[in-house]
Ligand binder design. Structure first.
Ligand SMILES: [Fe+2]
Length: 153
């Protein structure tokens, strides 16, 4: 079985996780204000998590016969996550809200992966998407708690 839908969601995930890591790196660098000492290292933790999912999903794609996108140009063209040139005028709340938005997009994407893998009988990739989605949702809860709102999943 060619698993074309599964491969497509995996490659989308490779592009989006790469761009999400760049977004979180931007927040890590451009934070300024109350909470910096706590949130600056927290963004390092989030990047580690994203890069871990990136490597796992990319290598699964190769394992099932696919070819992950791997250049900055491909990441940028394929990813649907927004990332603009940084400025110093955003509040910490605005920056964290951008991260939450990207994480909610990833959660929906991984749900697409769960559906595609169900349809194409790929239980292993299904488990990887479910695990990644669980981790992303937990992070959404934590970020939204920091922002003072309930997780809107
Ligand atoms: Fe750093």
């Amino acid at each position: 079985m060619s698993k074309e839908k599964t491969k497509a969601v995996l490659n989308q995930s490779v592009a989006d996780l790469s761009k999400a890591a760049a977004l979180v790196h931007q927040v890590h660098w451009y934070l300024r204000g109350p909470g910096f000492m706590k949130l600056h290292p927290k963004m390092d933790e989030l990047m580690d998590g994203l890069n871990s999912h990136l490597d796992v999903l990319s290598e699964r794609l190769i394992t099932i016969g696919g070819s992950p996108v791997s250049t900055l140009k491909e990441f940028d063209e394929l990813s649907k996550i927004e990332l603009e040139t940084a400025t110093w005028d955003k509040t910490t709340e605005e920056r964290l809200t951008e991260v939450v938005k990207a994480y909610k997009y990833l959660s929906d994407l991984f749900q697409d992966g769960v559906h595609a893998t169900d349809e194409e009988d790929d239980d292993v990739t299904n488990g990887l998407f479910a695990d990644a989605k669980g981790d992303i949702e937990k992070t959404i809860w934590m970020l939204e708690s920091e922002l003072g709102v309930a997780p809107g999943l």
